[in-house]
Design a protein. Structure first.
Ligand code: FES
Length: 151
């Protein structure tokens, strides 16, 4: 069940402007860690924007998820620079610690794990992002210690 009061507050904060659709969706994503359909219907009603356009926007941008995500979103860079510096071993540590494969979220909604191709700081490889914060020059031991900070 979605907290519709919070969704209403987010919409109000942007004066229910159609032009603020993406910002509103970003705020909802940030609040709930995904875009629940109840929230999207409310946005559609309040902004007077058809659901089809909202769903198109929600599926177009990678920042949005239409399925529930964990409280901590982990992206492991598997681009070439990170790969040659040991990204696979970093990924394995994360998989072993969280019990997740890329694309999965755990039942407690603690972590979502994904792989990405390059996040633009190759010199720091191997790099991962947790909740949009980048962590570089990772080795397996450092990775396990880092994950403990996000429990
Ligand atoms: S390849 Fe990993 S940041 Fe570029």
């Amino acid at each position: 069940m979605t907290d519709t009061t919070k969704v209403q507050q987010i919409i109000d904060r942007h004066d229910a402007r159609e032009g603020a659709l993406i910002e509103i969706l970003l705020d909802i994503q940030h609040e709930f860690h995904w875009l629940p359909s109840e929230a999207l219907e409310l946005v559609s009603d309040r902004l007077n924007v058809p659901m089809g356009r909202i769903r198109h926007t929600a599926t177009f941008y990678k920042a949005f998820s239409l399925v529930p995500k964990g409280r901590h979103e982990i992206n492991v860079c598997m681009g070439t620079a990170c790969h040659v510096r040991g990204a696979q071993r970093v990924l394995e540590v994360i998989q072993n610690t969280t019990g997740l494969m890329p694309g999965e979220t755990d039942a407690e909604m603690k972590y979502s794990l994904d792989t990405v191709n390059c996040i633009g700081c190759c010199a720091l490889g191997p790099v991962i992002e947790i909740d949009k914060e980048q962590h570089g020059k990772l080795v397996p031991g450092k990775t396990a210690a880092l994950l403990k900070r996000y429990e």
